[in-house]
Design a protein around this ligand. Structure first.
Ligand code: PDD
Length: 287
């Protein structure tokens, strides 16, 4: 069955889906995006993702391309046409198509909207969770507004590629004071020897992950304490467990940092219990 994408009002074959060469997303990375997980026929945490999309758009003064209710209709239609029951739905909004000029285009320029959906075998994540991720650390070199979910991800791309070339799966950015900010495509967490979850406050230096927010509720359900504070690489290496969180991975164990095993080098039980309880606690909207 061929994949279908939505591009500016049309459902088109994924292989032919394209935007104009002067789309500002293509020219300037002048665009924002969201990724929602689809599990067992449900869109996970849709409200949170669309609220954050609204915030990203508003921070960049980009209009909603279509209304929120219409956007949900199109998301569902793309998911349906691609027969996705487990996987993800991706949406991207750009400032639109205009002759290349750094200044914002005329106010009647229509934002572009692209939506795609992809099947992912949930067993592939389950297998990853059994072995866990190896992480490298890299100096934080991103701009100050990583709270906006912008498609300008070049530092993230370079960090992730560096991880791959080092035989690892992901990279953690480390700020000038030695504190971990987040991973190239997820939030970063540790579990202390006392079983307390530690993750950086979302006020500065990280994207406020929707999965992160749901994990706060999961932790409460499991009776786990959370401390929102920075942690260093040394603290992470000496921690009882470490993990990352994102829409596609939920809570995913980290088993090594810069070649040093975290605890015994195996996925931690607290991370796995968060992972297991996630679906129950998350918001589930029929896809
Ligand atoms: N990434 N931090 C960064 C830099 C991210 O790119 C992501 C998500 C997160 C976690 O956010 P959430 O829990 O809302 O997915 C944190 C997505 C999955 C991506 O770029 O593919």
């Amino acid at each position: 069955m061929p994949r279908i994408a939505y591009v500016n009002g049309r459902y088109v074959a994924h292989t032919d889906a394209a935007v104009h060469v002067e789309d500002r997303g293509y020219q300037f990375g002048d665009a924002v995006y969201e990724v929602c997980e689809i599990t067992r026929g449900f869109i996970i945490d849709l409200t949170g993702h669309l609220d954050r999309l609204g915030r990203s758009l508003s921070e960049l003064s980009i209009d909603w391309p279509i209304g929120r209710a219409a956007l949900i209709v199109v998301m569902r239609e793309v998911i349906r046409r691609n027969r996705v029951t487990d996987g993800l739905v991706y949406l991207q909004v750009t400032r639109g198509v205009a002759g290349r000029d750094h200044f914002f285009p005329a106010s009647d320029t229509k934002p572009s909207l692209v939506i795609t959906a992809k099947k992912i075998d949930p067993r592939s994540y389950a297998r990853k969770a059994e072995t866990g991720l190896k992480i490298i650390t890299v100096p934080e070199n991103r701009w100050d507004r990583v709270d906006i979910k912008s498609v300008g991800l070049l530092p993230n791309v370079l960090a992730k590629q560096q991880a791959k070339l080092s035989g690892a799966h992901d990279a953690w950015f480390v700020d000038r004071d030695g504190f971990v900010t987040e991973s190239a495509s997820a939030n970063a967490w540790i579990v202390t020897k006392e079983g307390v979850l530690v993750t950086r406050p979302a006020k500065h230096g990280i994207l406020r992950g929707i999965t992160r927010t749901t994990l706060f509720k999961v932790a409460e359900r499991l009776g786990l304490k959370i401390e929102e504070r920075g942690f260093t690489v040394a603290e992470a290496m000496a921690a009882r467990e470490a993990f990352v969180s994102s829409a596609t991975t939920t809570a995913m164990p980290v088993v090594a940092i810069d070649g040093h095993p975290v605890a015994n080098g195996h996925p931690g039980s607290i991370t796995l219990s968060l992972r297991q309880a996630f679906f129950d606690v998350a918001e589930k909207s029929p896809a």
